[in-house]
Structures are given as structure tokens and as C-alpha cells.
Design a protein around this ligand. Structure first.
Ligand SMILES: [Zn+2]
Length: 120
């Protein structure tokens, strides 16, 4: 016995059928997209918060910080947008155009890039 993936009604007809009709198929796919968009938004807001914390430090002229201080301000180290290799080979972690380079386990150098991602 097979059931519609959207409304749960029992399905009749072809064995590979997953939905009652186009309405159920559309509704189901819209739900998936909505959930996906919500997940994107959640991650985006974490990334924006991270970037905002680093932006504030840079605006205050602060160039170094600590894992402890950033965590305290709400920085989430699990989320970042990309990594950039420095000239000396070290890897900086970025949230949009604000990032940090780990000096050691606790100390961080705050980084900012401008226009580095534009194609020309
Ligand atoms: Zn259905």
C-alpha cells in the first residue's frame, strides 16, 4: 500500500506514483522549498551576526581579539563563508568580507577584505 507524500491519502494506479495529483506534488515541493529557505535564512543570520561582530571591532580600530571574547559577543565559530590563504600560507576564515586568522589557540587577528571577490 502506498500513500501520497503530501496529504497521506492512499494512492491508486501506477506503482511509482508518489502524489495524488499535481496539486499535492506542488504543495509538497513548496513546503520543501519553504523549509530550505528558512534554513538558509537561519544560517545567513548567524553569518551576518559573525560578520557584524568583526565589523564592529574593525570600526573601533581593534585588530586582535580572542576566541573567548568573540564567543562572549555571540560569535559562532562553526559558521563561515569561505577561507583565504594569506601570503605566508596561513588560512584566514571569513564571514563575508570580515574574518580572522588564528595566531594561536586563543588569539585571533581580525581581517577585512574589500573587493577581493569581484571578478575584475
Ligand atoms: Zn495527496
Amino acid at each position: 500500500m502506498k500513500y501520497c507524500q503530501d496529504c497521506g491519502a492512499q494512492l491508486k494506479g501506477r506503482a511509482d506514483k508518489k502524489f495524488c495529483d499535481d496539486y499535492c506534488r506542488c504543495h509538497y515541493n513548496n513546503e520543501i522549498n519553504r523549509n530550505r529557505d528558512q534554513d538558509f535564512k537561519k544560517i545567513n543570520s548567524i553569518l551576518k551576526k559573525n560578520a557584524g561582530i568583526l565589523e564592529k571591532l574593525i570600526q573601533q580600530g581593534i585588530k586582535t581579539s580572542t576566541v573567548h571574547l568573540l564567543s562572549g559577543a555571540g560569535f559562532n565559530f562553526n559558521f563561515f563563508t569561505h577561507q583565504l590563504q594569506e601570503q605566508n600560507g596561513e588560512i584566514s576564515i571569513y564571514c563575508y568580507n570580515y574574518g580572522y586568522l588564528k595566531i594561536n589557540e586563543e588569539q585571533l587577528m581580525i581581517k577585512q577584505v574589500t573587493h577581493s571577490l569581484s571578478s575584475k
